[in-house]
Design a protein around this ligand. Structure first.
Ligand code: TYM
Length: 346
């Protein structure tokens, strides 16, 4: 029997993750997600599937031309960061209709109450929930479909996606239970490393985000060396020197954030960074961090700019990835339809 349609609980180790093409990529996306996607690709223990989730992006208004540009730029970012389209499947969500088709089934599995509890729904819809799109409310069901249409076993994400992944597990459990099958895996979130929650450079209590109105709050993957250096120089800090142990970062969110960024960029544990940097003032530490950030990020932004000069090549890569993705997703959707009781063409 084809692996994709077996119903036993032995699932192929498969990674899925996605990033929205809604505006530019930030250092938070890079350290919390993309850099770890590359690690998982190169570990070789998993089949890796990475997606630009354009259907998720339009749950809030997107200008069509900007969306197309942001999707290509995100694809360039994936490749520049080290995703190899020969090793990973790389594509945009709307080219693989199975995501939206499985999402409909999951709209009928998930409960209104589950969606109402989602903190991202509450944050994004704000006070005027009646005026938010229905898509924004159903967003997590599409996300569950993204993952489960490949029966992915592991999903690397930043901390802010944890609740959505718990909902994905709830959808799989309820589907399996309602239909008396062991068809969808109970996905493992992979939220690891020093930078699972990169904070704003202006306010250590807020997440670094592409939607923050202040550009100084974030490092964009397209920022040039001078801009990166300036943003780090101006980053909010406290007056004390860096501690030599992690305990000393408690109640110092801005200091902790910069140390975590350094640890993630230099691929060292936080303890090691503090052993080396403890006792330094921010006036000494910031230029060191800034040099490291420029060193690591400049080659990526240069490569992104180079790739963006050939949009047709990017579209070709996305088309190729979409064909590979459909080959995995189509039999899983078909089997789901069978389980649910749909009659299919014979
Ligand atoms: P999105 O596009 O907001 O973010 C993409 C990834 O970047 C991580 N991230 C961060 N990590 C650390 N610090 C930050 N400041 C930071 N900001 C963002 C996010 O946690 C995420 O891993 N709903 C998802 C996209 C999605 C998805 C999926 C993810 C759709 N379907 C299926 C995984 C599996 C989102 O909006 O991510």
């Amino acid at each position: 029997m084809n692996e994709a349609v077996q119903t036993s609980s032995s699932f192929t180790p498969r990674v899925f993750s996605g990033i929205q093409p809604s505006g530019g990529l930030t250092l938070g996306n890079y350290l919390g997600a993309m850099k770890r996607f590359v690690d998982m690709q190169n570990q070789g223990a998993f089949q890796t599937v990475y997606c630009m989730v354009d259907l998720h992006a339009i749950t809030v208004w997107q200008d069509p031309e900007k969306l197309r540009h942001a999707t290509r730029e995100l694809c360039a970012g994936f490749i520049a960061a080290g995703i190899d389209p020969d090793k990973s499947i790389l594509f945009n969500q709307s080219q693989v209709a199975e995501h939206a088709q499985l999402a409909w089934i999951f709209n009928c599995v998930a409960r209104m109450g589950w969606m109402q509890r989602m903190t991202q729904w509450k944050d994004k819809a704000g006070k005027n929930q009646q005026n938010a799109s229905l898509g924004l409310f159903a967003y997590p069901a599409l996300m569950a479909a993204d993952i489960l249409v490949y029966r992915a076993t592991h999903v690397p994400v930043g901390e802010d996606q944890k609740q959505h992944l718990e909902l994905t597990r709830d959808v799989a459990i309820k589907f399996n239970h309602d239909y008396g099958v062991d068809f969808f895996p109970i996905t493992e979130p992979v939220i690891e490393g020093a930078a699972t929650r990169v904070m704003s450079l202006r306010d250590g209590s807020r997440k670094m985000s592409k939607s923050d109105p202040s550009d100084a709050s974030r490092i964009n993957m397209t920022d040039d060396a001078d801009t990166i250096a300036k943003k780090i120089r101006k980053a909010k800090t406290d007056p004390d020197a860096l501690p030599s142990e992690a305990d000393g970062l408690q109640d110092r969110p801005e200091a902790r954030n910069l140390v975590n960024i350094y640890a993630a960029l230099s691929e060292q544990p936080v303890d090691q960074v503090l052993r080396d940097m403890g006792g330094k003032q921010f006036s000494q530490f910031k230029p060191i961090l800034s040099d490291l950030a420029v060193d690591k990020l400049s080659p990526i932004s240069t490569e992104m700019a180079r790739l963006m000069q050939d949009p047709a090549e990017i579209d070709r890569i996305l088309g190729h990835g979409a064909r590979q993705a459909r080959a995995l997703a189509a039999p899983i959707l078909q089997k789901t339809y069978d389980i649910v009781g749909m009659i299919s063409a014979r």
